[in-house]
Every structure is written in C-alpha cells, then in structure tokens.
Design a protein around this ligand. Structure first.
Ligand SMILES: NC(=O)c1ccc[n+]([C@@H]2O[C@H](COP(=O)([O-])OP(=O)(O)OC[C@H]3O[C@@H](n4cnc5c(N)ncnc54)[C@H](O)[C@@H]3O)[C@@H](O)[C@H]2O)c1
Length: 249
C-alpha cells in the first residue's frame, strides 16, 4: 500500500492512461479526485474505483483550458481531503493531421489543453504542496515530444516538447520544497486516442519497437505509480521513455 493516506488529483481520469493510474493509486490506498471534461467518463471511473477498492473518490468536471475550473478543482480536493500529495496531469488531446492543414484554432486548442493546462494545474497545486513540504507532479509528455510527430500532428509534438521543458523548470523550482516533478514519454498506447490510426500505421509503429508491440495502459501505469511513490523520492526532472525501445537515448 504505497499510497496510504495520500491524496491524488488526476486530470483526464475519465479514461485511458489517467483512469489506469487513478485506479492504481486507489488500489494502493490513495484518495483520488477524478477530473475530466467528460463527466460521464469521470463518473464511471469513480464508480469503478468504489466497486473495486475501499478508496475515497469523487469526480469534478474540469476543462483544463479554464483557469477558474482548475482552481475550483484544487479547492474542492483540498476542502474534501485537506491536502494534495499527487497531481497526475493526463488530460490531453491528439490529432493526426498534415502540417499544412493545421488551423490556427487547432493549434491554439492543442497548446491550450496539452501545455497550458499542465502549466495551470501544476501552478495551482504548488502553494499546497509547498506548505506540505512534499508532493509529486507527474506529466504526460510523449515520444512525439522528443522526435517530432511520427504518426501525429506537429502541434501535438510541439505541445509535448513544451511539457518536457516545463517539467524540468518545475522540477528545478520545486525541488527545494521536497516536491518532485517528472514526465512520461510513451510511444503509442492502446487508448481511445489512437482509435483512428490506420492498421498500417499501428503495424509500422509496432515494427519500429524491438519488442514488436504497442503499449497497453498498464505498461504506462506501473512506471507512473513508481514515479509517484516514495521509492522515487530522489528522481526529479526525469522524462521517462516508455516506448518499447523505438527510441533509445
Ligand atoms: N495514447 C497514446 O498513444 C499516448 C502516447 C503518449 C502520450 N499520451 C498522452 O497521455 C495522456 C492521456 O491520453 P490517453 O491515451 O489516455 O487518451 P484518452 O483520450 O483516452 O484520455 C484523455 C482524457 O483527457 C480528457 N480531456 C480532453 N480534453 C480535456 C480538457 N480540455 N480538460 C479536461 N480533460 C480533458 C478526455 O476527456 C479523456 O478522458 C494525454 O496527455 C496524451 O497526450 C498518449
């Protein structure tokens, strides 16, 4: 029970990687606030956690594009549980699109959700974690943020490159307060996000990995739980590759 008495906020907790990490945290004793723009999905995650584990949990509708909504989320989490030990920034969007077809609106949306959202959520929990002199922030970057968009849009890869540097800046600023800030950089993971990928693109990505497969959510959740645990207290500013060896750097 690595997360007994810990309080976690998971953005994008309604489905995919956020849901898998939220369930993992709850299974090991954490109280978990599930934040998502999609309340149907968020409520399902909450119901599933309540059914499977003893954990305390509730859902909060949050659009990470909106600062007021984020501050409401953090206030509700603190009011209910008195502290916030863990922030897992998983909310995000992705699009397969050619560079010449990316509109200004799509660019703004991508950056606002994937990058500005991570910034605002992290900034919002900072005062609480500083007061506690401990905390864990874990962000979802991507392989695309390191090598450019292989199968996804340039705006997506740019947003994730931003998350990588934001993670390092937060890690430097918050280290003196006992707060670690890390990111995960997965290659493709079987979630709704890659549902629209053509079979040949999936096959090609799998072929690029020496392991010859595409990740499942548990392949990301397990390393995430480690980085959020006390066992990772000396790891900060790390961008952890989870790509089956597609990129070895
Ligand atoms: N699936 C992959 O291949 C993959 C690879 C690398 C990184 N990632 C990153 O992992 C994270 C989770 O992705 P996933 O694969 O679980 O995708 P997903 O689509 O299954 O889940 C994303 C969640 O974010 C929520 N969301 C979207 N916009 C939001 C907003 N404005 N405010 C709040 N919530 C919002 C969605 O409702 C959804 O529940 C994302 O940041 C994604 O970029 C995914």
């Amino acid at each position: 029970m690595r997360f007994k008495e810990k309080v976690a906020v998971v953005t994008g907790g309604g489905q995919g990687i956020g849901k898998a990490v939220a369930r993992g945290l709850a299974s090991e004793g954490a109280s978990v606030v599930i934040s998502d723009i999609n309340m149907t999905a968020a409520n399902k995650t909450v119901e599933g956690i309540k059914k499977s584990y003893q954990a305390k949990t509730f859902a909060v509708e949050t659009d990470v594009k909106k600062k007021e909504a984020i501050h409401n989320l953090v206030a509700l989490a603190e009011k209910e549980f008195g502290r916030i030990d863990i922030l897992f920034n998983s909310a995000g969007i992705c699009k397969r699109i050619d560079i010449e077809d990316i509109s200004e609106e799509e660019w703004d949306d991508m950056i606002d959700i994937n990058l500005r959202g991570v910034f605002l959520c992290s900034q919002a929990v900072m005062p609480i974690m500083k007061r506690q002199s401990e905390g864990r922030i874990l962000n979802m970057a991507s392989l695309a943020g390191k090598v450019g968009g292989i199968a996804v849009g340039a705006h997506y890869s740019a947003s994730k490159a931003g998350v990588i540097c934001l993670t390092k800046s937060f890690a430097r600023a918050l280290g003196p307060y006992g707060i670690t800030v890390n990111a995960l950089a997965p290659g493709p993971v079987e979630t709704a996000m890659i549902d629209d990928w053509p079979a040949e693109v999936r096959a090609d990505m799998a072929k690029q990995s020496p392991l010859g497969r595409i990740a499942k959510t548990e392949d990301v959740a397990e390393p995430a739980l480690f980085l959020l645990s006390d066992g990772a207290k000396h790891i900060t500013g790390e961008i952890l590759d989870i790509n089956g060896g597609i990129l070895m750097d």
